[in-house]
Write a protein that binds this ligand. Structure first.
Ligand code: PNS
Length: 165
């Protein structure tokens, strides 16, 4: 059974992330979406809130396909999380060339730390390539409409009070 880990901040999950999850499901038997908590980045929502939002978004949009997707949180190294889940692959999305340098550095670093874990990239679908969680948070903070950018589950939570953790 092929297992892939899709790590990220997901603060909040966007349609771009969902697209990567859906496509990873077409390649791997099981996909573990892992939300990094206690990062240096100040998150708007807690790790468990972000994970719950992803779970709802996956169930609401991917239907039966969602059964092969696990959503969890993690602290520390991505490769250790991959090992705990028995994942031989790390999945990441690439939106533009500007993502490439950081992603390449992370992939090489992870490979050095855990040679048995390989990184696989999905080109984010063109219609979602402009999306970023940072911009979604900013637009939402100023009352802008992000309904075309995030799934309903994230939209509901963006409307509620922020929390940290
Ligand atoms: O959604 P993001 O913020 O782009 O995700 C970045 C993430 C979580 C994949 C990256 O920061 C990460 O892997 N953090 C865990 C710490 C770690 O493993 N660092 C070494 C990898 S280079």
């Amino acid at each position: 059974m092929t297992v892939a880990l899709y790590p990220g901040s997901f603060d909040p999950i966007t349609y771009g992330h969902l697209d990567v999850i859906r496509r990873a499901c077409g390649v791997f038997d099981r996909v573990v979406v892992a939300v990094l908590v206690n990062t240096q980045k100040a998150a708007r929502a807690s790790g468990s809130e972000r994970a719950a939002t992803i779970r709802e978004a996956v169930d609401e949009t991917l239907g039966e396909g969602g059964a092969r997707i696990e959503v969890s949180t993690f602290e520390g190294l991505t490769v250790e999380c991959a090992r705990r889940h028995g994942a031989g692959f790390v999945v990441r999305g690439l939106r533009a060339v500007s993502d490439f340098e950081t992603e390449m550095q992370m992939a090489h670093t992870n490979r050095k730390l855990a040679p048995e874990v390989d990184t696989v990239f999905f080109m984010t679908a063109l219609e979602h390539a402009y999306l970023s969680s940072t911009l979604v948070r900013e637009i939402s903070r100023f009352g802008g409409d992000v309904s075309a950018m995030v799934p309903a589950a994230a939209l509901r939570r963006l409307g509620s009070a922020p929390s940290v953790g």
